[in-house]
Structure formats: C-alpha cells, structure tokens
Design a binder for this molecule. Structure first.
Ligand SMILES: [Zn+2]
Length: 398
C-alpha cells in the first residue's frame, strides 16, 4: 500500500529493481468508504433490527443477539464468554432447538478473531439467523442436531477500533507491549497482540513474531491475552459437559478451508492431527457444495500448503487440546480484489454459499460416523398432524 505522495518514488524503485507489479486496488480510501454504503438491492435481507445489506458495528450485533433471545426464549440465549482487554463483553449465542434432550452434541463457531475481517461477523450472524429461522429441511437438520455456541466477534476491542479509528486493524488492543516502532511503522502498531498466534499450541514456533510492532505478534507468552484465555476456557468447559463435534473459525480472505495443524510443513506430518483424511474429505465435499451456487472456488488443505505455516492459532489449539473431530479455519471471500474491504453486496452471496458448505460438511461428517444426523423436527410433526386431521375429517364425512 502506497500513499499518493510516494507514488512516483515507489514506481522508480520498482523500475530500478526491474520488479513487475500490478495494481490490485487503485484507491484504498474509496474502497473503505464504499464498504460503508449499504447495498439497497439487498435491503429485504433482514431479520428484526439487523440486515445483511451492510456491515454492522459491535453494538448493533450485540443488540441483535439480545433481540433474538427476547423473540425466541425457548431455544435461544445469549452468553458472555469473558471480557476483552478494554473490558468489553465477548458475547455470543447458544441455540438449542431441542432443549429437552439430555446430552446434546456441540458445535462451536468462532467469528472475527481478526478485527478487520468484517465478512466474518456478517457471515456468522447470517448463520445464526438461518439456524434459528430457516425452513429448509437440511439447514434445519444441521441446526437441530447440535447445541450451537456461536460467537460473531471474539475480538470486540479490535473490531470496535476498525469502526472508530483504523479500518485495517487486525490484532486486539493490548497496551502491555507498546514501544517505539521502526521508521515507517506507526507506534500504534505495537498496541496489540495477534490473537490467532497467542494460543498455547506450538506457540511461537513458526509463522509468528516476537516483535509487538509486527501484525503477527504472538504476545509475551501463550495465552497472555484475556480474549484467547476466554475462548480456551469456554471450549474446555464445554468439552467437560459433552462432545464438541464441530469447531470452525471464520476469517477472511483467500477462500480456503484449512485443516489442522498449521505448523506442519511436511505432508508426512499431516496425520499428526489424527483424522486428517476424514477432515479433508469433509472439507472437500463442503468446498464442492459451496462452488455449486455461484462457482466460487475454495481450496482445501494444511495452512502451510494453501496459505502459510503458522503457530498459536485458535483452531489448532482446539484440535490439540480437546480433539474436536471436525476442526477448521475457513478463509471467506475474496481472492484479493477487495480483500478485507469486500463490498456489502457480497455479504449475502458469501453467507449463502458458506451455509451450503456447512450443510454438506454436516452430512459428510455424519456419513463418516462422527454423529447420527437425524431429520425430524417441524416438518415431520406437521405432516403427522395433517394426516391425523385428514383421517378425522374423512371419518366424519363418512
Ligand atoms: Zn484472520
């Protein structure tokens, strides 16, 4: 990214170094401004106070979660997993369509660990809406077979900061490691830890930085941050209560479904995560289903193969600590045309194709024996009652 006043000098450097370059985004500020304009053609895509024609700030998301609880008291409740550095709630949503069942299986969705990845929060809130209200048999089945624990924004300070001050902020807002950064790097850059490098599995072994001025700063030690501690404590407590079958962390961008572990650089070590072949099959089928709707292509694999090797990521820690069978990190749209500044008009398409993937992943995991997918619910009950009434009516007519 180059500011207009440095344009000529930058081009001269490229020329001298004989470096070929292409411009991906011509005017970043315009892309930032455009991202805040609602896409009116999608104004109908809303539920209660919330819509998917635009991106929403933290307050709007949290207010909407409260509204859901008020409107669906039998199946929905909000939950706070902990507090952020700046004392904000890390608020989520528990959805259980069959509260009477004794031992539910759990699914956990983690959104927006990285602050600037707005499409993550938008997609995760859409999934909540679909799981809560959809009449589609297959979405309904996936929603009903688990007790879902869904957190649209697990980095609330960073997310708020992307709305108030710095659109491209990635980390949390920890002040503990603030220092003077090298020339060309704003000192504010040291005001935060990369939460997806701060978890206590293979911490700081690869693809992470010990320099707080770096965007991949892993923190002074594993779990130094309240946000990563809150997530890990929540997962451990849930695992004590029963079986977590799915854990999916939503990021952007690059269109990937990433399988643990991310520090693994040799394919011989892919099997370190135990059921890598099954996770791979489920992910491939999910990616195929996703592609059917709009032709959006997602790649599947280890982080080292499809993105870069890294350590201290939340989903890798989840896999290692409690061995959740289906653990993934999904990098949503796009491939870099807009990057983190994905236009509001792409929220609904991204969300729709992502749900397609989740439905197929749910079916595939069941087919591989990880749980028994049951279709029952409203449609079957409705059908039985209709047949009964028809029977009564027929008898009366006779
Ligand atoms: Zn990310």
């Amino acid at each position: 990214m180059v500011s207009p006043e440095n344009r000529q000098e930058f081009l001269r450097h490229l020329d001298v170094g004989k470096i070929q370059a292409t411009i991906v985004i011509n005017d970043i500020q315009r892309a930032i401004d455009d991202q805040l304009k609602p896409d009116i053609s999608r104004a109908s895509q809303s539920y209660l106070s919330y819509s998917w024609s635009e991106y929403h700030n933290l307050e709007a998301i949290y207010n909407w979660l409260d509204e859901l609880e008020e409107n669906h008291p039998l199946v929905a409740k909000t939950v706070v997993m902990g507090k952020s550095v700046e004392n904000r709630d890390i608020k989520g949503f528990i959805l259980n369509h069959r509260p009477e069942r004794p031992n539910p299986l759990y699914g956990v969705l983690e959104g927006t660990l990285h602050a600037r990845e707005w499409i993550s929060a938008a997609t995760v809130t859409w999934i909540i809406k679909e799981f809560l209200t959809s009449n589609n048999t297959e979405i309904r089945a996936l929603a009903e077979n688990f007790e879902w624990h869904i957190f649209p924004v697990v980095n609330p300070d960073g997310y708020a900061y992307t709305f108030s001050t710095h659109r491209m902020w990635r980390k949390n807002r920890s002040p503990d490691n603030v220092k003077t950064c090298p020339e060309g790097v704003d000192d504010d850059m040291s005001h935060g830890v990369d939460l997806n490098r701060n978890f206590g599995f293979e911490w700081m072994t690869i693809g992470a930085s010990s320099d707080s001025c770096n965007n991949q700063y892993a923190g002074p030690e594993a779990f130094s941050e309240p946000e990563s501690r809150a997530i890990s404590n929540y997962v451990l407590a849930l695992n004590e209560k029963g079986n977590i079958i799915f854990y999916i962390a939503f990021h952007s961008y690059t269109q990937l479904i990433i399988i643990p572990y991310s520090h693994v650089v040799s394919s011989d070590d892919a099997l370190l995560s135990g059921n890598y072949p099954d996770m791979y099959e489920v992910a491939i089928r999910g990616a195929d289903a996703l592609e059917k709707r709009y032709g959006t292509h997602y790649r599947v694999g280890l982080s080292a193969n499809v993105l870069y090797p890294m350590s201290g990521a939340s989903f890798d820690w989840v896999k290692s600590a409690v061995d959740v069978p289906m653990t993934y990190l999904i990098e949503l749209r796009d491939l870099g045309e807009y990057g983190f500044l994905l236009p509001p008009g792409q929220i609904v398409p991204t969300a729709l194709e992502t749900v397609d993937a989740l439905v197929e992943m749910g079916k595939s995991a069941s087919r591989l024996g990880y749980y028994e997918l049951q279709y029952s619910g409203a449609n079957t009950v409705f059908f039985s009652i209709s047949m009964m009434l028809f029977g009564v009516l027929f008898a009366l007519l006779k």
